[in-house]
Write a protein that binds this ligand. Structure first.
Ligand code: 2AM
Length: 485
């Protein structure tokens, strides 16, 4: 019998099942398999019932036999060892030109390693970000594939059929780049998501604690914000969360323990930013804010002894809500500028040819950070493909100019009232640092030279010439660089 399967998918948790149904809706015959084989029949008898172009396989051998050549096998299993284990299990059944796709949240160095490993065996490999949660997987996720370039034409049609579309109808899936590029961009997406969520939470906290607004009032504020420049999925769900009451009439958001969880992609983004030397401060603060929130017992104890200011808000509440909105928007621009700075440096380091406008377009729909704002980022890169930093784009410069006074006022008032706004604050500090012709690093270099003879460059001498001063008259004139200590 002629094999009929266009693609196989291994891993029948919700994301995997929904991707299969999505592919099948678009006319593809999908072979389904799972480590715990009983889940294959459960799926066929439940969510996939009545679909004769979803075929269950009860062994890897059977699954491979059901596939058209070259075979395409997508893994939707837990990141880490399960991916390596499945690759090893699959290898004996595959032949040159076959393709393995990892659609999980793998760490990009693993994807770099796996791509090289499988290409060395004549196979093809894709590591792809899939964002949008369960609903996205079912009805249109944002898809970020990277890996073996020769594999892209093999999946382009399927991926661009099942992915989300922008309001203009463009697919939110495009080739990202070689080896780990897709998973790197997905990781950065998740980091930016951490930042966006933290910014919204800070706006909520200032309105709630600083201004004393009720959930209903904040529901209306977010509803209003969602009609303008901040129009996005995360603002929309925040509105709905604030408006949600359960069957007892209780506002659920107030009942939720204030300790944040995390699965690691924000941390990976921050670690990568430190490795590459790029100040992605807002995502870093967002990760640390989650860590601080998790120290609940310590915070409860400290709240009884550590005093803050008694300052209460006085003034025009409505005007201050607008200040907060502008602070959020300006901070968000800084966060995305930092995220794109990070991807630019990663592209240099790992030799990826990233298309930044294309990435903004892929994130425009389907994923958790989808927003009208990303359309503006795409336009900025359309205006200048080589744009070195979003902050200097004409449109974003204009928004910051318009928001700046409000941004500073919102941060200053929050600080005076003792309401923590780490992401708003770090964004503003970054903005002021980035636009400073001269920073105090002259003094820092002097300190390093003073205690460690680390040398410094001079403003009146060419770059690359290093000087050392005998600051105390005791240290001698030998610089540390000269004896490599
Ligand atoms: P399971 O149903 O057999 O547990 C999400 O958890 C998906 O990853 C599931 O399909 C699950 O298979 C799979 N998975 C989790 N851990 C795994 C492992 N160590 N090896 C193989 N598959 C695994």
């Amino acid at each position: 019998m002629e094999p009929k399967g266009d693609i196989a998918l291994i891993g029948l948790a919700v994301m995997g099942q929904n991707l299969i149904l999505n592919m099948n809706d678009h006319g593809y015959t999908v072979v389904a398999y799972n480590r715990t084989v009983s889940k294959v029949d459960e799926f066929l008898n439940d969510a996939a019932k009545g679909r004769d172009t979803i075929i269950g396989a009860h062994s890897i051998e059977e699954m491979v036999k059901l596939l058209k050549r070259p075979r395409k096998i997508m893994l939707m299993v837990k990141a880490g060892k399960p991916v390596d284990d499945f690759i090893e299990t699959l290898l004996p059944y595959l032949e040159a030109g076959d393709l393995i796709i990892d659609g999980g949240n793998s760490h990009f160095p693993d994807t770099i390693r796996r791509t090289k490993y499988l290409e060395g065996k004549g196979l093809l490999y894709i590591g792809t970000g899939v964002s949008g949660g369960e609903d996205g997987a079912r009805f249109g996720p944002s898809i970020m594939p990277g890996g073996s370039p020769a594999a892209w034409p093999m999946v382009k049609e399927i991926f661009q059929a099942i992915c989300a579309k922008t309001p203009d109808g463009e697919p939110c899936c495009d080739w990202i780049g070689e080896d780990g590029a897709g998973h790197y961009v997905k990781m950065t997406h998740n980091g930016i998501e951490y930042g966006d969520m933290q910014l919204i939470c800070e706006a909520y906290q200032v309105m709630k604690v600083g201004l004393g607004l009720t959930n209903q009032e904040m529901y209306e504020v977010f509803a209003e914000w969602n009609k303008g420049e901040l129009d996005s999925y995360l603002i929309e769900i925040t509105r709905d969360i604030l408006g949600y009451t359960d069957e007892n009439g209780e506002q659920v958001v107030d009942k939720i323990l204030d300790t944040a969880g995390q699965k690691g992609t924000g941390k990976w983004t921050t670690v990568s930013s430190l490795d590459l030397g790029i100040p992605v401060t807002l995502i870093g603060e967002a990760v640390y804010a989650r860590c601080l929130s998790a120290m609940k017992d310590e915070r409860v104890a400290a709240s009884k002894t550590l005093k803050g200011p008694k300052t209460k808000f006085r003034g025009d509440r409505k005007a201050f809500v607008e200040d907060i909105r502008r602070a959020l928007l300006a901070s968000k621009i800084v966060s995305y500028a930092q995220g794109f700075m990070l991807m630019r440096e990663a592209a240099k380091e790992y030799k990826w040819n990233l298309n930044y406008g294309g990435i903004a377009l892929v994130w425009r729909g389907g994923c958790i950070i989808r927003s009208a704002f990303l359309g503006k980022i795409k336009e900025a890169f359309d205006r200048d493909r080589k744009l070195s930093n979003l902050l200097i784009d004409k449109y974003f410069r204009g928004v910051i100019a318009r928001c700046q006074t409000s941004w500073r006022r919102a941060v200053a008032k929050a600080v005076q009232m003792g309401v923590p706004v780490p992401a708003f604050t770090t964004a503003l500090a970054f903005y002021d640092g980035y636009r400073s012709e001269r920073l105090p690093a002259n003094l820092l270099q002097a300190q390093r030279d003073y205690f460690g003879a680390h040398t410094y460059e001079r403003i009146d001498k060419p770059r690359g010439q290093f000087f050392h001063t005998n600051w105390t008259g005791r240290g001698g004139t030998v610089a540390s660089g000269q004896y490599n200590a």
